[in-house]
Write a protein that binds this ligand. Sequence first.
Ligand SMILES: Nc1ncnc2c1ncn2[C@@H]1O[C@H](COP(=O)(O)OP(=O)(O)O)[C@@H](O)[C@H]1O
Ligand SMILES: [Mg+2]
Length: 248
Amino acid sequence: MLRLEQVSMSVNDSNGGNKDILHNIDLDFTSGKLYAITGPNGGGKTSLAKVIMGIYDLSAGQIFLHDEEISHLTVSERAHKGIAYAFQQPPRFKGLTVSDLLKIAYGDIDIMGLRKSLRDVGLCPEDYLDRDVGPGLSGGEMKRIEIAQVLARQATISIFDEPEAGVDLWTIQRLIGIIVNRFKDNPNCTAIIITHNENVLPICDEIIVLEEGRIRDRGTYQEIWPSIREDIECKRRLECRGEFGYEI
Ligand SMILES: Nc1ncnc2c1ncn2[C@@H]1O[C@H](COP(=O)(O)OP(=O)(O)O)[C@@H](O)[C@H]1O
Ligand SMILES: [Mg+2]
């Protein structure tokens, strides 16, 4: 369904040169499967998602969706082709309401579906559709609105970038149920979840470990867990102590 061939991405560094972020990534994602992308901070997970969505240009390689090359399409063209991305840190837009934002971002959004999705992530639509997407919303609320709009899109490829960050345990458990119901064994779509969450990783069919812009490992949860367990448990301990994580 979605295929990346030898994808590389670089950014301008402060010395006027180029810094390579992703190196020759080969990946394929099949419909009906749930994928997790994990790995250390700064490993390139968000960059990879943004390259797939067209937010970052690739410096080499090709991306195919259903065998059609999409590497040169814009973000909105890719959105129309059925790719949706929930940002790790959703942008705020002071002066716009939640429903304005969603209409601009996704003109074709199904408002009933959006209401349902807001309820699915634990937000009452009546309380949120007219709220300003500015500093008045907490990081956790922004995150849930972001996840809800991707769920409402019913896209072919849905990418969630650290959905657990800033979201309480109850919501993440509920979200796991929704993701499993929606995506597991659904031949029409694929979900890619960038995550470190110990509850999310086991529900995924395949785990991809990205480190220093390269794929370090790829396999089932049973195959991959022994090699990532220590990092993930350490991250959780730091989160519990408030030394690491997303600012709510
Ligand atoms: N727009 C950008 N400009 C400069 N550096 C960037 C940019 N986007 C990402 N990077 C760098 O790329 C690396 C990978 O970042 P990122 O993709 O956010 O990793 P992850 O999501 O795995 O934590 C980091 O070193 C980050 O600083
Ligand atoms: Mg990231």
